[in-house]
Design a protein around this ligand. Structure first.
Ligand SMILES: *Cc1c(COP(=O)(O)O)cnc(C)c1O
Length: 392
């Protein structure tokens, strides 16, 4: 089928919930190609999904092998890979038990249900969330998302959520009351503008949750799986949550989401309280296991930290040289450039020069290259961003 035929079908049959205008057909490493065989440097990684780059051989091989062996059996049976993947997630984080779903929103729904179920036994139900956060598009995760624009037209919102400013420890302390069951935080806000938690806030949130004997929950759907230079973004803070969600990069593009709760909470969700038909299939888990293997064997976290520093340095230099750029923020290879006006024209200019980058809100350019990106690719991307800034 040719490009025009495909786009005609798109325009006739696919609900237009997204604005998009580019047909990508092929990818390898940090590059993708469109239907006219134009090459692009992809610094979006499918929004921090393809952290190993496109079509990573480990993941491709695992999917091919497992697709020919066993795709799905339902959760009425064990499968070979679900326990191995749960162990990998547990060993690479704070230790605990894992539930598998298919997306970030579903992972967060699970965490929210976990908090509600725990809270029910303690007469608590409310979850305190952060302004400008993003937790997904299902009704409960929308209600937890601190950006009211996403909820408009879908009222009434699911009850039981309230909001405080991110990194405002005093506000959090004031908001906790006898109804509070949990505090939900992204250690680095992604959609909200690439904003890392301060050390004071994350440590303080842990102390407050301990003091009030309530749960601290981290959404690492975007920041997890090596994106910030450690397996999970919260790790360098030395703060452990009671539960954590992950998804995006877990399967490097094969859809899978999960949440993990500390061992001490293993009896909150018991048989019959939560389920997902497609959660943790042998195929999805084999793909995600290959992701963990690739991260370990290729020293990916080290590369992420090194390349993250290199990219940040170059962006700081751009920012110093350009009066409309105000700041560079983020961690590892999750970086944002803060401008004092809308950046959409810069993104369009970059694309026309062969670089794909993202916004994070109207004024922030977000860069999410694959974690195995080379210095040459970064230098090329920075050169394109620099040229593209001329439109500001
Ligand atoms: C993308 C994202 C989600 C939602 O994930 P979906 O797979 O789109 O449902 C939730 N939380 C954060 C922090 C995200 O970045």
């Amino acid at each position: 089928m040719n490009k025009d035929q495909i786009l005609n079908l798109q325009n006739q049959y696919v609900l237009e919930t997204y604005t998009r205008d580019m047909l990508l057909v092929r990818g390898a490493g940090s590059r993708v190609w469109d239907a006219d065989d134009r090459e692009y440097l992809d610094f979006t990684s499918g929004i921090s999904v393809c952290n190993l780059g496109h079509c990573h051989p480990y993941v491709t091989e695992a999917i091919q092998r497992q697709a020919a062996r066993l795709v799905h059996v339902s959760n009425l049976f064990y499968n070979e890979y679900q326990p191995q993947l749960a162990a990998a997630i547990s060993e690479n984080s704070f230790g605990g038990r894992v539930f598998f779903g298919n997306s970030g929103a579903e992972a967060n729904e699970g965490l929210i249900k976990f908090a509600r179920k725990w809270g029910n036994e303690h007469g608590r139900y409310e979850i305190i969330c952060m302004n400008e956060s993003f937790h997904g598009r299902t009704l409960a995760t929308l209600a937890a998302t601190g950006q009211p624009k996403y909820r408009e037209g879908f009222e009434p919102a699911t009850p039981g959520f309230r909001f405080v400013d991110f990194n405002d420890l005093e506000a959090l302390e004031k908001a906790i009351d006898e109804k509070t069951a949990a505090v939900l935080v992204e250690p680095v806000q992604g959609e909200g503008g690439v904003v890392p938690a301060t050390q004071e806030f994350l440590s303080g949130a842990r102390e407050l949750c301990d003091k009030h004997a309530i749960l601290l929950l981290f959404d690492e759907v975007q920041s997890g799986m090596g994106r910030t230079g450690t397996m999970f973004a919260h790790q360098p803070y030395g703060v452990q949550p009671d539960g954590m969600s992950l998804a995006k990069a877990l399967g490097n593009g094969y859809p899978i989401g999960a949440f993990i709760v500390q061992w001490k909470w293993e009896n909150v969700l018991v048989p019959g309280t939560h389920a997902s038909t497609f959660g943790g299939t042998p195929l999805a888990c084999a793909a995600a296991l290959a992701v963990f293997e690739a991260i370990e064997e290729s020293d990916l976290l080290l590369n992420c930290r090194k390349m993250g520093e290199h990219l940040r340095g170059a962006l700081v230099k751009l920012t110093n040289d350009h009066q409309k750029l105000k700041d560079v923020r983020g961690m590892g290879l999750m970086l944002g450039i803060v401008a004092d006006e809308a950046v959409a024209p810069v993104l369009a200019a970059a694309r026309s020069k062969g670089l794909l980058i993202l916004p994070a809100g109207p004024n922030i350019i977000r860069l999410l290259p694959p974690l195995n990106v080379s210095q040459e690719d970064i230098d090329q991307a920075v050169a394109i961003v620099s040229e593209s800034l001329e439109v500001l």
